[in-house]
Design a protein around this ligand. Structure first.
Ligand SMILES: Cc1ncc(COP(=O)(O)O)c(C=O)c1O
Length: 462
């Protein structure tokens, strides 16, 4: 059984209690991102129910809870020392336990022959398995173990530097609008595998995380990351449909999206930065802090950019294309199924409107030249094609992005129309294929009475 998380992304003890059944035998926890779980409560639950406790402290080497190392609370605990970990041997792991019984079983699980023969006492009931172990060999490569061992001389200094850097980040970013930093209680000493914080779009006028992220990257925060594989487990195929790999799990485990709202919200808004561990990296930390403050303070510029304040004609084609791609990413992130492009073409004060055939979806209205973006097309390609198909005109240049509006299509798809003020190549003769009529109309003209409110709002920006 999985359980939901707390505000730091760690397993929530109250959620553990809700999941206990008469089959529960053990609690398994992971100290996420180097921040220890709430060990007082978790130990209390384990003790009260006589459960075994297992810790995964792969992210939290040498982190402490009430002055005690994580990895020393569990009946058996383990950590990875794979390449990205704080203490690393490239690949491999470490298992800790105070129990001889768990130790002998673990030996049989990871090794066969020598170490099992040497270490399991001759009068122990498991001794007879020493030669084969459990039939597996999961031991670390000795070179990896030696590489990790070598780091033991310097690891505490590195972690101290990370703690100093993380304290600085927390001190400086506390209260900055649009982000929520982890709550670290005074009896907790994280080892800061990474610094995770939450993005709070509501505090920045709804600015999507993706754009906040991109703004920070363009401020030089190149190692800022949106974790993707480290997601709530219920979103992964192994937990949604395990029977394909493990037929015996049929009907036993079948999680879906929405099962763990706290973890899923946490994941939707997560951002991650490294916590460097060399003194000379202080300037990088400062650069990240300054960038986050700057983007937070200037978020309205980004909102304006999205709302259509941006003048595309001032951008070169490459930048225009980047911007157009950003709009598509945004649509994808927001669950839009279908993208439509709309073109506003001006002739003096007059705007080109096309009249939809009466028997069509939304028949009889006056609309902009517009149409669906096809698969494999860019927004630019779609606009060029649709303009040609519907009016026979040719795009000369993009002048201004005029914002978007969303609606449900005739077939019930979530559709977003992105609108652009454009120039067309002169002398083009309008030829209609899908519409009854075209009208060049000023905004006061009767023809605008048959324009939808969404398109009127777009035209307000012209
Ligand atoms: C929390 C946690 N547990 C387990 C693992 C697996 O470790 P390994 O790759 O050494 O098997 C990882 C690896 O990234 C991890 O981050």
């Amino acid at each position: 059984m999985l359980a939901d998380c707390d505000e730091n992304g760690n397993i929530d003890p109250d959620e553990i209690e809700k999941k206990i059944t008469n089959k529960t035998r053990a609690i398994m926890i992971t100290h996420m991102w180097g921040v220890p779980c709430n060990m007082d409560k978790i130990q209390e639950i384990a003790k009260k129910n006589n459960f075994l406790l297992f810790e995964d402290f792969s992210h939290a080497h040498f982190a402490k809870y009430k002055d005690k190392f994580v990895g020393s609370f569990g009946d058996v605990s383990a950590c990875s020392i794979q390449g990205q970990k704080t203490l690393t041997g490239g690949e491999g792991g470490i298992l800790t336990t105070n129990s001889d019984e768990h130790y002998y079983r673990s030996l049989l699980f990871g090794h066969y022959n020598k170490r099992c023969v040497q270490e399991i006492p001759s009068d122990h009931p498991l001794k007879k398995f020493s030669i084969t172990g459990m039939g597996l060999k999961q031991r670390i490569h000795p070179v990896s173990a030696a590489i990790a061992d070598e780091q033991m001389d310097t690891i505490f200094d590195k972690i101290e530097i990370r703690r100093k850097f993380a304290k600085k980040i927390i001190r400086e970013l506390e209260g900055v609008k649009g982000i929520r930093i982890p709550k670290i209680e005074s009896h907790v000493e994280p080892s800061w595998y990474a610094f995770i914080f939450q993005y709070v779009p509501e505090e920045l006028g709804g600015l999507p995380r993706d754009l906040f992220y991109k703004a920070l990257v363009s401020e030089g925060c190149l190692d800022l990351d949106i974790p993707s594989s480290t997601c709530p487990l219920n979103l992964l195929s192994l937990f949604q449909n395990p029977k394909e790999l493990y037929p015996s799990y049929e009907d036993k485990v079948q999680y879906s999206k929405g099962d763990f709202p706290n973890a899923e919200k946490f994941y939707q808004n997560i951002l991650k930065i490294p916590v460097w561990s060399n003194e000379e990296d202080l300037s990088i930390i400062q650069q990240y802090i300054d960038a986050i403050k700057k983007v937070s303070e200037n978020h309205m510029e980004l909102i304006e950019y999205l709302k259509g304040g941006i003048k595309m004609k001032e951008l070169n084609e490459e930048k225009q294309n980047n911007f157009l791609n950003e709009l598509l990413t945004l649509a994808g992130n927001e669950g839009i199924d279908k993208v439509v492009v709309g073109a506003v073409i001006k002739n003096g004060e007059k705007i080109l409107l096309l009249e939809r055939p009466k028997d069509d979806f939304m028949g009889g209205i006056n609309e902009l030249p517009s149409g669906n973006m096809e698969k494999e097309e860019t927004l630019r390609d779609a606009l060029i094609r649709e303009l040609k198909e519907e009016t026979n005109l040719d795009l000369k240049s993009f002048l201004k992005y005029l914002g978007s509006f969303d609606y449900l299509s005739g077939s019930g798809k979530k559709t977003r129309q992105y609108n652009f003020l454009i120039d067309v190549i002169e002398n083009g003769e309008i030829k209609l294929t899908e519409h009854n009529n075209f009208i060049w109309a000023e905004k006061e003209n009767e023809a605008f009475k048959k324009v939808t409110d969404s398109v009127k709002k777009v035209l307000d920006k012209v």
